[in-house]
Design a protein around this ligand. Structure first.
Ligand code: HDE
Length: 692
């Protein structure tokens, strides 16, 4: 058969596909590639030749692009930034990053969900990881925390069981990124120590609106040690300047469909527009006498120290100002490890922390495949690294000379002798004990002081604002309704009776099941003082502001051009972003004949993506939108999710169709909207949703 060589590559368009000089395409061996469109064949229609090293190398490399994803926290989003110290903290710690006021330390922060795989969605109900790598001048310090200040278990030996129970069920392979299933609640109901964490996990904290609106916590009690060797216990906190904000459950579920990358995109876009997210780092610092005065053990990671009991002292700020250049090289390959501490920071005997000190290094070897993973740019310390460790897979450094052992006397012969230990400045472990019985018998035992599993769970529930309590109760009802094992539901309710009989009753009503008796409690449940600092709604970080938020502005043909300009100007003036939504992405023809381009087409721009909405339409535009279900849903969801809705008078028929009932959050589309849009209208919720 006659054949003809086809022109390939640019299909006749004007894209540049060839190069004669510096930006030429090469193989990994640097060999220039002449053709990136066709394999090497014996004749135009003949077989492909094995000698085609360009093809083989390209496919070989592609086949190996994936590395094992993290067993937990697989889905994450990250950013570069810096830490700036507020003061000289040398009375408490000799850590170099806190040594002077204004000192800046580069860092890399990765946020994550826990249960889902790397390709899962951003908004499941889940704890969020909050891991910060500080590249200090004395080495890397990793503060690997979560957005919740306590954990499910007290002892690392239970971690594999916890994670197995929450992940996809072993036989079915589902559900992905969801705790609402049999095995998770089976495990939890048998682990009373997880009750406090479960209160947090079922609260609005696990459905954050944005990664930028989350608090962060180091969870464990750590130590700070000063130059004189004096140790102070510390708990770490990250306080978001953006405020703390969460979604409604129905909203989180719908966002998952509308934009699976919602939070990753939000982080990227905020940094991209120069609205750099910022957190303040705080510590609760205390001594042993204070620790002894508390009604629980500070080594127990299922407990918090309420801020009302011990205020958080703010010691610096973190600003995230640069998005990674490459997702894989940075966000995927970053390797955090709680064991990475610098002189001035130290561990305690918290048995969960101690287990973590082993796990992370171990997991990095599996994931990154080489003991030299610390040489990857994202993991490399930004201070000199000098030792006698050598070789291994993927060694990138080229050490010179013979000095690969110590002690050596090579310098006496004029050769390079290599680095030496540094007793004065090197890391020294705090020699003191965390407990009197630290030298006791070898035992597999939990201390008595870890026995109270319910008092702080009760405190947490009773500290929440009324709508948050309803969300929490409803979340438990939702999750237990997905549990098919009735005895698990009953056992869970028995545990909840210990937390709060009212909560247990609400859950029982929500499930239409009889309320069982309380399960036995290992320690008497105490009525601790509520901690209002734990609230999101009406809490210290419930900022009534539109700064940093996005407002969806629904327009259609005929929208008043002047009103639109005034409104978008007012939104921008408040520090928020107006996102124009229209039936067609090319835009809508405004009242003055101009065309306003849309950021999103209506079908792809549901109101769940915004913090508040505006419906700015003319009579004609409204009439057109009445025939579009997505428009009705836009308004209905904004109302149901307790968001502010501003509208032109002409939009009324659409609001009526969506079932909007006037209240303080339904306002005219004028400048006053900016104030109304800064908050949610939770008192609306009982009218739209049957909460437990
Ligand atoms: Fe982790 N955890 N974890 N964890 N964890 C991992 O390390 C582990 C725990 C946390 O963005 C893994 O690099 C054990 C508490 C974050 O890359 C692994 C125990 C807290 C991240 C691991 C815990 C965390 C991880 C998986 C019980 C909050 C993501 C991949 C003793 C203080 C870091 C990896 C990132 C990741 C083990 C408990 C936070 C397997 C054994 C408590 C934020 O090593």
């Amino acid at each position: 058969m006659a054949t003809k060589k086809l022109e390939t590559g640019n299909g006749g368009e004007t894209h540049q596909t060839t190069s004669d000089d510096g930006d030429r395409l090469t193989t990994n061996q640097g060999i220039p590639v002449s053709d990136n469109q066709n394999q090497l064949k014996a004749g135009a229609r003949g077989p492909v030749l094995l000698e085609d090293f360009v093809l083989r190398e390209k496919i070989f490399h592609f086949d190996h692009e994936r590395i094992p994803e993290r067993i937990v926290h697989a889905r994450g989003s990250a950013a570069h930034g810096f830490f700036e110290s507020y003061e000289d903290l040398s009375d408490i710690t000799r850590a170099d990053l806190f040594s002077e006021k204004g000192k800046r330390t580069p860092l890399f922060t990765r946020f994550s969900t826990v249960a889902g795989g790397a390709g899962s969605v951003d908004t499941p109900r889940d704890v969020r990881g909050f891991a910060v790598k500080f590249y200090t001048q004395e080495g890397n310090w990793d503060l690997v925390g979560n957005n919740i200040p306590v954990f499910f278990i007290q002892d690392a030996i239970k971690f594999p069981d916890l994670i197995h129970s929450v992940k996809m069920e072993a036989d079915k392979g589902y559900p992905q990124a969801a705790s609402a299933h049999d095995t998770f609640w089976d495990f939890i109901s048998l682990m009373p120590e997880s009750t406090h964490m479960i209160m947090w996990a079922m609260s609005d904290r696990t459905i954050p609106r944005s990664l930028r609106t989350m608090e962060g916590f180091g969870i464990h009690t750590f130590r700070m040690v000063n130059a004189k060797g004096k140790s102070t216990f510390v708990k770490f906190h990250w306080k978001p300047k953006q405020g703390v904000a969460s979604t409604c459950w129905d909203e989180a579920v719908k966002i998952a469909g509308a934009d699976p990358d919602f939070q990753r995109r939000d982080l990227f876009e905020a940094i991209d527009r120069g609205d750099f997210p910022e957190w303040e780092l705080g510590i609760q610092a205390f001594d042993e006498a204070f620790a002894d005065s508390l009604p629980f053990d500070v080594l127990d990671p299922t407990k918090i120290i309420p801020e009302e009991v011990l205020p958080v002292r703010l010691i610096g700020r973190m600003v995230l100002d640069r998005y990674p250049d490459n997702f894989f090289a940075e966000t995927e390959q970053v390797a955090y490890c709680p064991a990475n501490v610098v002189p001035g920071i130290d561990f305690t005997n918290d048995p969960l922390l101690q287990g973590r000190l082993f796990s992370y290094l171990d997991t990095q070897l599996k994931r990154l495949g080489s003991t030299n993973f610390h040489q990857l740019p994202i993991n490399a310390a930004k201070c000199p690294v000098m030792n006698f460790q050598r070789d291994g897979h993927m060694q990138m450094a080229v050490p010179k000379g013979r000095a690969n052992y110590e002690p050596n006397s090579l310098s006496e012969a004029g050769e390079e002798g290599g680095p030496r230990e540094c007793p004065a400045k090197g890391f020294t472990t705090f020699p003191g004990r965390d407990a009197e019985d630290e030298q006791g018998d070898k035992l597999r035992i939990r201390p008595e002081s870890f026995a109270d599993h319910y008092s702080q769970a009760r405190m947490f529930f009773r500290s929440l604002a009324v709508p948050e309590q309803a969300h929490l109760a409803s979340a438990i009802v939702f999750e237990l309704s997905k549990v098919g094992l009735e005895h698990v539901r009953v056992r869970m309710m028995s545990n909840l009776v210990n937390v709060d009989p009212d909560l247990a009753k609400r859950v029982a009503n929500g499930l239409a099941m009889p309320l069982p008796k309380a399960s036995p409690s290992a320690a008497p449940v105490q009525d601790l003082d509520p901690s209002p600092a734990l609230r999101i709604i009406e809490g210290p970080f419930d900022l009534a502001t539109i700064k940093g938020r996005s407002i969806g502005v629904l327009i259609a043909d005929g929208t008043d051009a002047v009103a639109l300009k005034a409104l978008t100007g007012a939104i921008a003036g408040g520090g928020a972003r107006a996102v124009i939504v229209a039936p067609k992405v090319g835009g809508a023809k405004l009242s003055d004949g101009s065309v306003q381009k849309a950021d999103l087409q209506l079908a792809g721009g549901p109101s769940v993506l915004f913090d508040a909405v505006v419906v700015l339409v003319s009579d004609k535009g409204c009439a057109a939108l009445l025939g579009e279900a997505a428009a009705t849903q836009f308004v209905m969801d904004a109302f149901g999710h307790c968001k502010a809705i501003a509208h032109s008078p002409e939009a009324q028929p659409l609001l009526d169709k969506a079932g909007v009932v006037p209240d303080a959050g339904v306002v005219a589309a004028d400048k006053a909207f900016v104030e109304a849009a800064g908050k949610r209208y939770w008192d609306r919720e009982p009218k739209v949703r049957m909460l437990a």
